[in-house]
Design a protein around this ligand. Structure first.
Ligand SMILES: [Zn+2]
Length: 394
């Protein structure tokens, strides 16, 4: 018992020291002791261990007027590499990433409608290609994938588009690679990326809503990902926002995905062209076809039809954002993916929906913004997933 406690204390102290070094450019052992309230001896022992495993390096001598000048230490971001994979799009994307989340190299493979074993083989090929290019020891493999994922076992419960059900991806990859493998839902890892790299501080609470062909969200409470009892927390794409609305792939009517996914938005845009062929938007649709860029351009130009479409999109996203903000009392709602094309028009519509649906004080404190991470958000999230599981970072 005593031994176990000693071991737990040592691990806790090591994490504390590593986090402190990770978040500073360079720092002396004395300043680590001050920042962590650990003794100089404890800090020195831990730093020696961390230098031994290569995660920390000495970087130079600090200027000092009295006594022996202290030596700076710094986190070595290149000591390990991570293989990070995003299986959520039309292309499987992968990257080799360093310990600070910087992408060093990328590979991508088009899915081309592959399902089942063929899609699994493609995922294997992607990891194999990245593994072959690694130039430092690999800390782990992180994967963001559609569908609910049993993150403890590494089993994908269901990914409809890829034809996967109860796929033990960890075991499948684990037969070839002996490093830790962490797998989670793509929206969940995107929330981890926002938490780690979105500039919200060290232990933020936030909800990230990821909008593309599908819609999902990730919920981070006090720095920890909330996955839910059945690993389906944040499954907002199938919340009903239009009573008696269009049929959804899930069998219900009027789900958020029927009005706010990329495909649904384009279908609504096309309808505008059919109903009003002689309007400026209608004419542009018949000559250029329905694209998100066209809608963005007409929204920017204050075209009334485009504005109405974008406001409707904001209203529907706002219904869901308001419910999340109201129930969880989380003040940061971050949108990732397609919505960022529509700027303030969209944000205003979401904000007014939130104001109309929850307590005024709560609404005032709820901030809605676009993620600054961009299309790498799942790759970055896969990196954050491995880092937090293996090194308790960032
Ligand atoms: Zn649905």
């Amino acid at each position: 018992m005593k031994k176990a406690t000693h071991q737990a204390t040592k691990e806790h102290n090591t994490t504390l020291v590593l986090k402190t070094i990770y978040h500073e450019d360079q720092i002396s052992r004395a300043d680590i002791a001050r920042a962590t309230s650990l003794t100089r001896t404890t800090v020195s022992e831990i730093v020696t261990d961390l230098i031994g495993v290569g995660l920390v390096k000495e970087t130079g001598v600090a200027p000092s007027t009295i006594g022996k000048p202290p030596i700076y230490v710094d986190f070595d971001a290149h000591a390990r590499q991570l293989i990070c994979v995003d299986l959520s799009g039309d292309e499987f994307q992968g990257a080799l990433v360093n310990l600070k989340g910087d992408v060093l190299l990328r590979h991508s493979l088009p899915v081309g409608g592959r399902k089942g074993d063929a899609a699994l083989l493609l995922a294997h090929r992607l990891v194999e290609g990245l593994w072959a290019e690694a130039t430092a020891p690999v800390l782990g493999i992180g994967i963001g994938t559609p569908g609910p994922v049993d993150t403890e076992k590494g089993i994908i419960r269901q990914a409809v588009n890829l034809g996967w059900a109860n796929l033990d991806l960890r075991q499948s990859l684990g037969a070839h690679y002996t490093v830790p493998i962490h797998i989670a839902n793509d929206s969940h890892v995107a929330a981890l990326a926002e938490c780690a790299y979105g500039g919200h501080g060290r232990s933020p609470s936030l909800v990230l809503i990821k909008v593309g062909e599908g819609i999902g969200s990730g919920i981070v409470l006090g720095g920890n990902l909330h996955t839910g009892d059945g690993f389906s927390a944040g499954e907002v794409g199938h919340l009903c926002v239009v009573r008696g609305g269009a049929p959804c792939t899930c069998g219900n009517l009027g789900c958020l995905e029927t009005v706010a996914s990329t495909r649904s938005l384009l279908a609504l845009l096309r309808q505008q062209g059919l109903h009003f062929p002689d309007s400026p938007l209608g004419r542009a649709l018949s000559s250029r076809g329905a694209t998100l860029d066209l809608l963005r351009e007409f929204n920017l130009g204050a075209d009334p039809q485009a504005r109405a479409l974008v406001r409707d999109l904001g209203t529907h996203l706002g219904v869901v954002a308001a419910s999340l903000a109201g129930v969880l009392d989380v003040h940061q709602i971050v949108l990732s993916g397609m919505p960022s094309l529509f700027g303030e028009t969209l944000l205003d519509a979401i904000r007014s929906e939130i104001a109309a649906r929850i307590l005024p004080d709560q609404a005032r404190e709820t901030h809605v913004s676009f993620s600054s991470i961009g299309s790498d958000i799942v790759i970055q999230g896969a990196c954050a997933l491995v880092l937090r599981n293996e090194l308790n970072l960032p």
